[in-house]
Write a protein that binds this ligand. Structure first.
Ligand code: FMN
Length: 161
């Protein structure tokens, strides 16, 4: 049994369900998973591993998720870490791998990254902000999160732990 921190960054809430599904699968497989918004995550607990992810905005991670990865690199660089981000909208985009931000690629040498994934995103009528509302009105909305893909990825983490 491993104690796993699942920390996520979100703006409109879509990434929360992804993190929660990952936590659920880890628990189903006998691990102790704590799912928490990245800004509220504390690395002081005795975690054995971490899964950290973020929603993508203009190719960037949310600030709290970025800070959590940076804190981990400083405080617990030896901790097994899995990374994901969520964003691509549209069926044809669903499987599309998004490049991880430059700061993260540069930091990878200081981390023990065991796996990375890109998951589809979601944009619905709760879209916040001018650009998001415009994207929704332009027909780019929809839910492209593939919960089976997410659960399968999490099952791989559970098995590796
Ligand atoms: C203004 C804006 C910019 C976005 N930029 C990207 C992007 O660069 N790459 C991507 O894959 N998705 C992008 N998306 C899609 C979001 O990442 C997607 O809607 C995601 O599920 C939002 O997550 P959240 O609900 O947790 O904030 C963008 C969405 C908006 C509204």
């Amino acid at each position: 049994m491993a104690r796993v921190l699942v920390g996520y960054g979100t703006k409109m809430g879509g990434t929360t369900a992804i993190a929660e599904r990952i936590g659920e699968v880890l628990r189903e497989q006998g691990h102790d998973a704590t799912v928490v918004e990245a800004g509220k995550a504390r690395l002081t607990g005795d975690y054995d591993a971490a899964v950290i992810g973020s929603a993508l905005y203009a190719g960037m991670w949310r600030g709290p998720a970025k800070r959590l990865v940076k804190t981990l690199a400083r405080k617990r660089p030896e901790m097994p870490l899995w990374l994901f981000h969520s964003g691509p909208l549209g069926e044809e985009q669903e499987e599309k791998w998004q490049a991880f931000p430059k700061w993260l690629r540069e930091l990878e040498g200081s981390l023990d990254v065991r796996g990375k994934a890109t998951f589809g995103g979601v944009l619905d009528h709760n879209a916040k902000g001018f650009i998001a509302t415009k994207m929704f009105q332009d027909g780019r909305g929809g839910d492209f999160r593939d919960m089976e893909q997410i659960a399968a990825w999490a099952a791989g983490i559970a098995a590796a732990l």
